[in-house]
Design a protein around this ligand. Structure first.
Ligand code: ADP
Length: 316
């Protein structure tokens, strides 16, 4: 199996230790934690023992080193992460509101992550890849759409597959018109779609869940896995549906759950597991992630997932 790859932002996340609104007063902060949805995804694939690599950029600073060291330690291919001397590593400051919503201060556009390029090393990674995972969050980065399109075309020409997590975040989506066009382009080459919440309806342009699923599957998407947070997940293929209840855990930090869930589902399927078994592992990965503070701190190995499933009861 060629590596699973993605392209997109690498950041550090620094979080307020107190719940509240915004950053308009001095706060006690925790971090830096390695972060960026594409980095979390790739780290989780690697932790499961599967080949994984990311096309990205960091600054020549400790925030960049922290990320590269973590990804390398967990077994990811970091050869296509460019280290830039003229831009800092991206950062995100996060504070939770009492209702669970989050306030962010992002530094991505002017960071190294805003300057991701298809370098020689990135081309080499693409030429080896067997699967591309496209993350909606990355589309705020100039030029990333072209990089991902090139990777998708290359991998598909060799019989590889594509997964897509729309990951639509209001803070990061540029203009409505352009975002829509991009969405349609990717949906047309997607094998596995991993939406959460309202993203399914947004992708299909239909409110009703069954109608939205039917519409997207009729366009040639082979599988849809809908993430439902603390309610678990559902899997769809034409004429088939499996619902997998969530494991019951105390949620400490939801960041990264969808990325770890997606990485685990993709990896399990690529390794030949059934949809039902893959869904159960993915649910376990998502649930474990929310019990750990820090976006990349909850990534799991198969041994950890087996232990978690054993301890929390088999729900599938
Ligand atoms: P996203 O982060 O993409 O919005 P979700 O929040 O739906 O995705 O989380 C992805 C998956 O992680 C869920 O489908 C579920 O399996 C698991 N998960 C998320 N939150 C919880 C929770 N509070 N308790 C148990 N499992 C959870």
């Amino acid at each position: 199996l060629g590596p699973t790859i993605t392209a997109g932002e690498i950041l550090v996340e620094i979080m307020s230790t107190s719940v509240g609104t915004g950053f308009l007063e001095p706060l006690t902060l925790l971090g830096p934690f390695p972060s960026g949805a594409p980095a979390i995804f790739i780290d989780q694939v690697a932790r499961l023992g599967s080949a994984a690599g990311i096309i990205s950029a960091v600054g020549s600073d400790d925030f960049g080193r922290l990320n590269i060291e973590r990804l390398k330690r967990d077994g990811a291919d970091v050869s296509a992460i460019e280290v830039l001397s003229d831009a800092p590593t991206g950062s995100a400051f996060v504070r939770y509101r009492p209702d669970g919503a989050r306030d962010f201060v992002f530094n991505i556009a002017r960071s190294a992550s805003g300057q991701i390029r298809m370098t020689g090393a990135a081309k080499a990674l693409v030429s080896r890849a067997g699967h591309v995972h496209v993350m909606g969050s990355a589309f705020a980065i100039p030029g990333i759409a072209e990089i991902l399109a090139e990777a998708v075309a290359s991998v598909r020409s060799r019989g590889g597959t594509v997964s897509f997590d729309p990951n639509i975040r209001k803070e990061l989506v540029a203009g409505q018109g352009e975002a829509r066009r991009r969405l349609e382009d990717i949906l047309s080459v997607t094998d596995l779609l991993l939406p959460s919440g309202e993203e399914l309806a947004i992708a299909a342009g239909l409110e009703d869940e069954e109608a939205a699923v039917h519409e997207l599957l009729s366009r040639g998407i082979s599988e849809i896995v809908l993430k439902r947070g603390a309610l678990g997940s559902s899997w769809y293929r034409p004429g088939e549906r499996i619902d997998c209840p969530a494991f019951v855990v105390d949620e400490l930090d939801p960041t990264g759950a969808g990325d770890c869930f997606g990485a685990t589902y993709v990896t399990c399927r690529r390794q030949g597991r059934s949809p039902a078994q893959s869904l159960r592992y993915a649910n376990a990965a998502g649930a474990r992630t929310v019990t750990k503070q820090g976006p990349m701190e909850g990534v799991s190995t198969f041994a950890e997932l087996d232990e978690f499933i054993e301890a929390n009861g088999s729900k599938a």
